[in-house]
Design a protein around this ligand. Structure first.
Ligand code: NAP
Length: 260
């Protein structure tokens, strides 16, 4: 299926590894020129080379912290008029909310709410002018079904979700869409890190802990980032202009409900 994205430009944030990388790869496979960001230059260069080799698409890298003003400015300087923006950043640490101070919360809100909002602000008028824009925010299944140890993620991402719920309806008439992808457990470094505490407590390795948990999941396994990337590319497709303000849960059916 041709998604009609050949020749478009995408800014994919936090994309040297995991879900961001998978989104960049899937878009590049559709002929999109991608600008990818991450803090660690070495991994970023390696990922860029892998995407170029696999797709032949143009890949530009920007090494920097996307949650900082300087990091965002550099990313936007490298890709000032993206047709596609994939918002992503590292997730806040797990823990007990009693241990979190104001600075911890500000960091989480900065990374997982304000950074995507400021990037949207920077690019959306250009998208409106060109009558094409696709914005995908990587949030979390925790927005729909809170994860007790990830309180800062539950809170900050819910704030972003509320904001874009409103904004998405104001820009849809210009063929600019904003949607959120809500990952459940996908096999990435982040999943391994957030499972480490429970694994230690149960005396299992991270792999054993995940395999044990997965037995109770409808798919019996964690998600493959490739599956996540493909969902992202679909939301960005030329023909996806009628998908507006949605929260697509990609959790292998883990959230138990009859609908939605
Ligand atoms: P990951 O495998 O750890 O990859 C994170 C990527 O983001 C890396 O490329 C990392 O590179 C980059 N990054 C992190 N902080 C950054 C920053 N401040 N500025 C620029 N780049 C940054 O994580 P993931 O599993 O793909 O997770 C992506 C997002 O989805 C996170 O917010 C996570 O909380 C959320 N999520 C993941 C899952 C899951 O199961 N995987 C489930 C729910 C939610 P550098 O470290 O070099 O910067």
């Amino acid at each position: 299926m041709d998604l009609g994205l050949h020749g478009k430009r995408a800014l994919v944030c936090a994309a040297s590894k995991g879900l961001g990388r998978a989104c960049a790869m899937a878009l590049a496979q559709e002929g999109v020129a991608v600008t990818i960001t991450a803090r660690t230059r070495e991994t970023l260069e390696q990922t860029a080379a892998e995407i170029r080799d696999a797709t032949g698409s143009e890949v530009t890298i920007v090494a920097g912290d996307i949650t900082s003003e300087a990091g965002r400015a550099e990313a936007l300087a490298a890709c000032p008029d993206p047709d596609i923006l994939v918002n992503n950043a590292g997730g806040p640490p797990p823990g007990d909310f009693r241990d979190w101070e104001r600075e911890d919360w500000i960091k989480a809100v900065d990374a997982n709410m304000l950074t995507p909002i400021f990037l949207i602000k920077a690019v959306i008028d250009g998208m409106i002018g060109r009558k094409f824009g696709r914005i995908v925010n990587i949030t979390s299944a925790s927005v729909k079904s809170p994860i007790p140890i990830l309180g800062m993620s539950n809170g900050a991402r819910a704030g972003l979700t509320g904001f874009v719920g409103g904004l998405s309806r104001q820009v849809a008439q210009h063929n600019v869409t904003i949607n959120n992808l809500l990952p459940g457990p996908f096999m990435t470094d982040r999943l391994k890190q957030t499972t480490a505490g429970a694994a230690k407590a149960s005396g299992r390795s991270v792999e054993e802990e995940l395999a044990t948990r997965a037995k109770a999941w409808p798919t019996g396994r964690a998600g493959d980032p490739v599956e996540f990337g493909q969902a992202c590319a679909f939301l960005c497709a030329a023909g996806s202009g009628y998908i507006v303000g949605q929260n697509l849960l990609l959790d292998g059916g883990l959230f138990n409900s009859t609908m939605g």
